[in-house]
Design a protein around this ligand. Structure first.
Ligand code: FES
Length: 366
């Protein structure tokens, strides 16, 4: 352990080593994605690429350095003797302390972004991507990054003397998040061969693997390999397991992205709320409000035996009584059910039934 501590301390003392390592990771994944046919077999628009590249550049050369500078300024004003006060602590404890707090903060920030209406608008474009690829990792609104607590945490640890620990943490973090967003899906063979399954079962209980994170980007929970309301972790699956949001799907979603499409320019997705969408149906439109679509009468629909459906529980879907993803940014989630027979049924649309998704006539008492 002492040897490892010494090795890592001297490695991370090399000037700009973290920048070189991150660039190598980006280059290698970029090359592998390109060779796997990503560029030639992609339906991504110019707007997708522009938003992701602009976001990456502004994040790494503007937002992160500005936040670290702001923390230095505030630190020197509020704690004049606080600078470098952790510098006597040896490398490994500092590194593990930094990285665990960082990951904990990001888990909760990300999870909150799925249930808080304004934060969801800042995070939504991350989930609009209909194809995975490592640049999707950088696809969020600019303000989402400015408010991200773990970037401020980076500034605090650097101010307190943990710059080397942060540098190694950032390299490991980039490696894991690029791998988990990438379309390379290196873990596929582990699910295919019985001999390898225990290995991936162990690995995905430690780090975020591609299948674990792709499930979070899947379009709908109707797909057994997708669940957008689970798997919020960034580097380690520990927090998802601890707080009950982990799902181990053992495969890949059939489709990615959001159930409803809107017609937005990338600037609205990235600069919201400073730039807004011209599309009146978009959540990034300046006057956008979710309209209640629940009504006081049940809806009669035809179901097919064995088919799986998502019943809207939030009352905001534009496709009642089924979910269209409008619950994102709230604490509500749809109810997944499989039809037991083919025929018509009355599904609840007042959302007050005790026998969801079926109508139990509660609406008659309203
Ligand atoms: S739109 Fe999904 S639960 Fe209402």
């Amino acid at each position: 352990m002492l040897l490892l501590n010494t090795f890592l301390t001297s490695l991370m003392s090399q000037e700009n080593i973290d920048v070189y390592l991150v660039l190598i990771i980006l280059f290698c994944f970029g090359l592998m994605e390109t060779l796997s046919g990503f560029l030639s077999h992609s339906n991504r628009s110019a707007g997708d690429w522009t938003q992701e590249i602009v976001s990456f550049l502004i994040l790494s050369t503007g937002i992160k350095p500005a936040i670290v500078a702001a923390v230095y300024f505030l630190g020197n004003v509020l704690f004049p003797n606080g600078e470098l006060f952790l510098s006597e602590i040896s490398f490994l404890p500092l590194f593990f302390g930094y990285i665990l707090v960082d990951d904990f903060l990001q888990y909760w920030y990300h999870r909150t972004a799925h249930t808080h209406p304004f934060l969801w608008k800042l995070h939504r474009s991350h989930h609009q991507a209909e194809e995975m690829g490592y640049f999707v990792a950088y696809r969020n609104a600019m303000l989402y990054y400015v408010m991200m607590p773990n970037i401020w945490w980076v500034g605090m640890v650097v101010f307190a003397g943990g710059a080397k620990a942060v540098a190694l943490g950032l390299v490991i973090k980039q490696l894991i998040i690029i791998s988990s967003h990438s379309r390379l899906q290196w873990d596929r063979p582990f699910y295919r061969y019985a001999l390898l399954r225990p290995v991936i079962a162990l690995l995905e209980r430690i780090i975020i693997t591609p299948a674990f994170h792709h499930a979070h980007h899947g379009t709908s929970v109707v797909d057994a390999a997708a669940n957008p309301n689970k798997n919020f972790g960034n580097m380690f699956s520990l927090w998802d397991q601890l707080f009950g949001t982990a799902t181990f799907v053992k495969g890949y979603p059939l489709t990615y992205g959001l159930p409803t499409k809107t017609n937005d320019h990338w600037t609205a997705a990235y600069f919201y709320p400073f730039v807004t969408s011209k599309d009146e149906n978009s959540v990034w439109h300046k006057d956008h409000q979710f309209v209640e679509t629940a009504t006081n009468t049940p809806l009669t629909v035809a179901l097919t035996k064995g088919e799986t459906y998502l019943w809207c529980a939030c009352g905001k879907s534009q496709n009642q009584p089924f979910c269209d993803g409008s619950h994102q940014g709230t604490h509500q989630t749809p109810l997944k059910f499989t039809a037991k027979r083919t025929g018509t049924v009355r599904l609840c649309n007042c959302k007050l039934t005790q026998k969801a998704p079926f109508c139990d006539d509660t609406h008659l008492n309203q």
